[in-house]
Design a protein. Structure first.
Length: 394
């Protein structure tokens, strides 16, 4: 039923509604995530008066457009097969919802989302070339609004080279600042449409915003075997923002003596990502550089079809959002050709973040062993068959 005229709680997914799996399992509290342990895991344990128990996580599911709902259905199938109980609710948002209702993201919907432990998103956007949805409307009004309003200040994007990719050996995480930089939309037009038009687009970098992202990256690096952090920026040209980033890294690094650090200009990082991607362990960078570098990293590590991402609020003042890096791919929607592995890996990131480290590790391992058998580039069975194959391996 609708909680209000604008919040659509529908059963559009094969695993939406209540999915409860009764398996008892320990509720993990520590892990390789930077930041604090999962509040919901602790809460559920406390309710039962025990340190172990069955936590049921409340997950908002935004299937979205194109292949989004299909890949998310496979991700939810895999989560259930991993033995984690989700109470999921589907929210209709995206291009189709906008065209049907004129709404991008209602305030009430945003408030409803705040009440969940996590948000799992498939993909949103109209078909390429379609002019029905004004450019930037969904990007700014939905995806970026969620990142800003839920204070998802870290975009955590891991890249593990898949067999058959350009770099099967690479294993690094890009920590992209997710709430500042050019993405805040600072700027505007002057004399628009005239020959004397001026358009400016600023980049906002606050000490607080940069520092919390950099600290997350150091905490993450400190937990990884190689303990190495690379700042990627363009300090030789962006002398104001770059200076703030470099000074922040220098100052925060004092708290992490065990982490070695490096600096690459973003243009050089593009060469290294292609020629020598194994040099990276944790990369920390600003919003726009992170956006561009993660598409390149996805291509190097096996293709955007495998790239997962976690939009995190490490302070845990609200839910974090998990989504594949790929888009809605309307051209293959409904054909069974969509690769659900990025959505499945994003759901594994969600499990880890919720404190379900064991289930997360099993899903990651199932994806890895599947890819050993079916390396990037081998004939693809079908969306559902891949989901089934991963679920069977758990
Ligand atoms: C991404 C996407 C988004 C971004 C777009 C869709 C707003 O490219 O998540 O990388 O630029 O961050
Ligand atoms: Mn992008």
């Amino acid at each position: 039923m609708c909680a209000s005229s604008t919040v659509h709680l529908v059963d559009g997914f094969s695993f939406s509604g209540e999915v409860r799996v009764g398996a008892e399992r320990p509720v993990g509290k520590s892990g390789r995530w930077a930041g604090r342990a999962g509040k919901s895991a602790g809460r559920a344990g406390e309710e039962q008066g025990a340190s172990v128990g069955t936590a049921t996580y409340r997950v908002a599911v935004i299937g979205g457009d194109g292949i989004g709902p299909e890949v998310v259905a496979e991700a939810l199938k895999v989560v259930a097969a991993a033995g984690v109980a989700l109470e999921s609710r589907a929210f209709e948002l995206g291009a189709a919802h906008y065209l049907a209702t004129g709404e991008v993201l209602a305030d009430e919907t945003l408030e409803a989302l705040r009440g969940f432990d996590a948000v799992l998103l498939g993909a949103v956007g109209p078909p390429i070339g379609s002019t029905d949805v004004p450019p930037g409307l969904l990007e700014r009004g939905l995806l970026l609004r969620l990142r800003f309003e839920l204070d998802l200040y870290v975009n955590h994007r891991p890249f593990t080279g898949t067999p058959g990719s350009l770099s099967p050996e690479c294993d690094f995480v890009v920590v992209r600042e997710n709430t500042e930089g050019t993405y805040v939309g600072e700027g505007g037009f002057l004399r628009k449409g005239t020959r004397h038009e001026v358009a400016t687009q600023g980049s906002v970098n606050t000490r607080m915003g940069v520092e919390r992202c950099v600290r997350y990256a150091f905490e993450l690096a400190a937990q990884r075997p190689r303990r190495h952090l690379t700042l990627v920026h363009k300090t030789n040209v962006l002398t104001f923002a770059g200076d703030l980033w470099q000074r922040t890294v220098d100052e925060v690094s004092v708290e992490f003596p065990g982490v070695t650090r490096d600096y690459n200009h973003v243009d050089a990082a593009c060469i290294y990502l292609v020629e020598q991607p194994t040099r990276y362990d944790v990369v920390v960078t600003d919003n726009l550089f992170g956006d561009i570098l993660t598409d390149l990293a996805g291509a190097v590590a096996g293709g955007i079809g495998f790239a997962a991402s976690a939009n995190l609020n490490p302070a845990r003042t609200g839910p974090s959002l998990f989504e594949p890096v790929h888009g809605a791919a309307h051209d293959i929607a409904g054909s069974g050709k969509a690769n659900p592995l990025a959505a499945i890996s994003s759901a594994a990131l969600m499990l880890d973040y919720l404190g379900e480290h064991d289930a997360a590790a099993r899903v990651h391992k199932a994806v890895a062993t599947y890819l050993e058998e079916y390396p990037a580039g081998t004939p693809f069975p079908s969306t559902v068959a891949v989901g089934d194959a991963i679920a069977e391996r758990l």
